[in-house]
Design a protein around this ligand. Structure first.
Ligand code: ADP
Length: 476
């Protein structure tokens, strides 16, 4: 335990005690000299007067210079000696003067350290006893007898002072320890605060950089969207003209055409259509990325949408031995959807089924339980390895380049489909294995107004069964 704080307090105490005791000593000496009207008879008081002045002055200077210990030692020892001189000259049996050491004992403990009271007591009693012995015509035993009461009383006072000074010192040191802890915590807090300020500045800088990056991204996105819109418009118009004029020519409107010409015109038309589809996909993707893809949601009947998808896929299967299966519910729910976009999503899945199925069947299965409608596009085609089930929903991802899969496509159909369905509040996932066909499962929320009106018995299932059945067809 450091005693620095206690020493500071002791030096503060000395600054108060030294002037007071000096004034008292001077006052007593002057009073004695004046009272007895004789300097010769009071030479010890004269010494005390001078001594108090000189010692007081010197002690004060030492205190001001920060040499507290030396100041206290000088002050105490000189006053012990001066008091002994007064005893030498002026002691009388029963005198109260030896008890005056009590003041120096207390002051000593306060100015130096708790044990100093004992030193003052020891030296004070020895010097006073000697002075009394030398200054009076007394026997050693008589001096001993006269000095015994003040010696015992002063010892008691030194002990009591020692104990309370120890207690005081302990309390002061505890407080000072506390004070040091507080200072340490305050320093820590300051450094944390500085670090926080630094972090704050860094954060502000990165915020500025982020804002600049965001603005740059927004600018770039706007530019890209404008560019896409422009390009798609510029491409779409001539493409439409090519497709339409090829069709008109093929019908012989401008004169007869032979089989070879008709074959070429059909190919021109098909390629034109394909290019239009690719263009539409690219435009959709650009809009999705730009966050500008808008849906017009309203309660729409699902059956016409499914039928449109089936009609469309039939056109793609003209040269294949593929059976089209409709597995529909008895009652159809209304769904909250953008009719055009939902049709587009369904045509994407049915188109893929047609693309990757050479024989067997393509089935469109629909179920609902009053809350959720489940649409499954199932085929008996080449299938998809499980490790590709998530990848195919990412942009420009196709399963592989093997001959069996080499079909025209951009790899944008499924990402767009998933985005469309999710924007409808639904989900789309795939179950498939190579060689075992594929099942693309869409779930969509039924339109809320419809929940009241649609019968809760769907496709022969009871209400409770119906809640499970749409999931069943998803995982069968
Ligand atoms: P693409 O324009 O290439 O068809 P999609 O995003 O629609 O792009 O499909 C991504 C890939 O997923 C396809 O290249 C194909 O390999 C695979 N795929 C999609 N649907 C089927 C399916 N019904 N059967 C087998 N593979 C499929």
């Amino acid at each position: 335990m450091s005693s620095g704080y206690a020493n500071d307090l002791r030096s503060d105490t000395s600054f108060i005690i030294v002037p007071i005791l000096t004034v008292v000593a001077i006052a007593v000496s002057v009073f004695q000299i004046a009272f007895r009207m004789s300097l010769a008879a009071n030479w010890s008081y004269a010494v005390m007067l001078l001594g108090a002045l000189l010692v007081g002055n010197r002690t004060w200077r030492l205190l001001r210079a920060g040499r507290n210990l030396l100041a206290a030692q000088l002050f105490l020892s000189s006053h012990v000696v001066m008091l002994a001189l007064v005893h030498f000259q002026d002691w009388m049996p029963g005198s109260f003067m030896p008890y005056l050491y009590g003041i120096l004992i207390v002051v000593g403990s306060m100015m130096v350290r708790p044990t100093t009271g004992f030193w003052v007591w020891g030296w004070g009693m020895v010097l006073t006893g000697t002075a009394v012995f030398l200054g009076n015509d007394l026997l050693f035993m008589e001096v001993l007898q006269a000095m015994l009461p003040p010696t015992l009383v002063n010892l008691l006072l030194a002990t009591a002072t020692f104990l309370s000074a120890m207690e005081w010192q302990f309390a002061v040191e505890s407080v000072s320890e506390l004070h040091r802890n507080v200072q340490r915590r305050r320093d820590e807090l300051f450094s944390v605060q500085e670090e926080l300020q630094d972090a704050n500045v860094r954060l502000q800088n990165s915020n500025v950089a982020l804002e600049e990056a965001r603005l740059a991204a927004v600018n770039e996105r706007d530019l890209r969207t404008r560019f896409m819109n422009h390009v798609s418009h510029e491409l779409r118009t001539p493409l439409n003209a090519i497709v339409n004029f090829a069709h008109i020519l093929n019908r012989g409107v401008r004169g007869p055409i032979n089989d070879g010409q008709s074959d070429y015109l059909t190919r021109i038309r098909q390629s034109g259509f394909h290019l239009l589809n690719v263009l539409n996909d690219l435009l959709d993707m650009a809009q999705i990325e730009a966050g500008e893809f808008r849906l017009r949601l309203e309660p729409v009947a699902l059956q016409p949408i499914c039928e449109e998808g089936m009609t469309n896929v039939r056109g793609l299967l003209l040269e294949k031995q593929v059976l089209l299966v409709r597995d529909y519910p008895d009652d159809w729910p209304l769904v909250m959807a953008d009719k055009i976009r939902l049709t587009q999503a369904l045509i994407n899945l049915l188109g893929n089924a047609a693309k990757y199925t050479e024989e067997g069947y393509i089935a469109l299965r629909v179920r609902h339980n009053g809350r959720i409608v489940t649409i499954v596009v199932e085929d008996s085609g080449i299938g998809i390895p499980p490790e590709q089930h998530e990848a195919i929903f990412q942009e420009f991802r196709q399963v592989d380049e093997s001959a069996a899969r080499r079909r025209v496509g951009t790899g944008l159909g499924l990402p767009i489909t998933r985005h469309l369905i999710e924007r409808h509040g639904g989900t789309v996932r795939v179950e498939s294995d190579p060689g075992s066909g594929s099942r693309f499962i869409i779930t969509l929320p039924v339109a809320q107004a419809d929940v009241e009106t649609v019968p809760l018995v769907a496709n022969g299932y009871t209400t409770t069964e119906a809640a499970a059945k749409p999931e069943d067809i998803g995982s069968a």
